[in-house]
Write a protein that binds this ligand. Structure first.
Ligand code: GDP
Length: 306
């Protein structure tokens, strides 16, 4: 299956749900008038793109329709796909320049963090990188057990301590092991207890201190994992994490399970953080590099629904 087909398959529910509402509005196209623009704006809001971003996108469509003299529903769909893609922060991929580099994975329990670490580890291993997982969510014993299963599947090394251990001590050991073994990437699981912001902030800062002391010039990515099916909740979590730590990217999981895939546009536009990957299933290869324009085009592709 091609990359584009995979995005389209992952967005099946969205295409059948809110995107088909947008497409049925477009199907009524005669000319770009205020009625069409207002119906499109409502349909974008229904797709969870967010009222603010939807209104900005429609203003831009109004402007561009005059400039470009849009003549057909295809023209409007292509123009709107471009406008919505531009609302998102461009994804320049992971910045993993050093050996080792570090990826801190943050997010609340249940969003698909462990699964995403596994998938990402397998993807990087598939690119020929030597990967090590650090089980620094020491809050739940099951977290490290689950991570060890994914480590085997992904062909990654694992560093773990017992339940209740200091997460920064796990990071220290993981970084030390990575240096000794010549690993390329250390992917760190972290506990996601957002209800205690101060603790979370302290814990993440301590981990960062250990990393910058042991690997002063290392590339460090901090990726927030969000469950796309949780809508407004995902936005609140994103704002919460953004206020405690600097995020370099987002992973939006379970896009296959929502009819409101527009959340990807909303979260990137409101947080000004790029979506770097999307999860479209539970299998190891169901993590896709995010491409904003391919995503919004898949969103509007009506040919697939005929
Ligand atoms: P964690 O508590 O954040 O570590 O979450 P897990 O990684 O354990 O995932 C929670 C559940 O979500 C598991 O049943 C995963 O299989 C499922 N899951 C994770 N990512 C995806 C995805 O992209 N699509 C679907 N359909 N399920 C996913």
């Amino acid at each position: 299956m091609s990359f584009f087909d995979k995005i389209k398959a992952g967005l099946k529910k969205t295409k059948e749900g809110t995107a088909s509402t947008i497409n049925s509005v477009l199907a009524t196209f005669r000319t770009v008038d205020e009625e069409l623009l207002s119906e499109l704006e409502d349909a974008l809001i229904l797709a969870d793109i967010g009222a603010y971003t939807a209104s900005e996108a429609i203003d831009e469509l109004r402007r561009q329709s005059k400039l470009k003299n849009l003549q057909s529903q295809d023209d409007v769909a292509e123009c709107l796909a471009g406008i919505l893609a531009d609302k998102m922060v461009p994804n320049e991929g992971l910045q993993l320049e050093t050996q080792p580099s570090v990826i801190l994975m943050v997010g609340v329990n249940g969003v698909g963090k462990t699964t995403s670490i596994g998938k990402l580890g397998a993807k990087l291993a598939g690119e020929g990188k030597k990967v090590l997982f650090a089980a620094a969510d020491t809050f739940r014993a099951a977290a490290a057990d689950q991570l060890s299963i994914w480590a085997k599947r992904a062909g990654a090394d694992l560093v773990r301590h017992s339940e209740g251990a200091d997460p920064s001590a796990v990071i220290f050991d993981a970084v030390t092991a990575a240096k000794a073994r010549g690993c390329d990437v250390v992917i760190c699981d972290t506990a996601g207890r957002l209800h205690n912001k101060q603790n979370l902030m302290n814990e993440l800062e301590k981990m960062r201190r250990v990393i910058s002391r042991e690997l002063p010039d290392a590339s460090v990515e901090t990726l927030l994992v969000l469950d796309a099916t949780t809508g407004q909740n995902a936005i609140s979590q994103a704002e919460g994490f953004d206020s405690v730590t600097k995020l370099t990217g987002l992973i939006l999981t379970k896009l296959d399970g929502t009819a409101k895939g527009g959340i990807a546009i909303r979260v990137s536009a409101s947080l000004k953080v790029p979506v770097k990957f999307i999860g479209v299933g539970e299998q190891v290869d169901d993590l896709l590099d995010f491409d904003a324009l391919a995503f919004t085009r898949a969103f509007f592709d009506r040919k697939e629904e005929a």
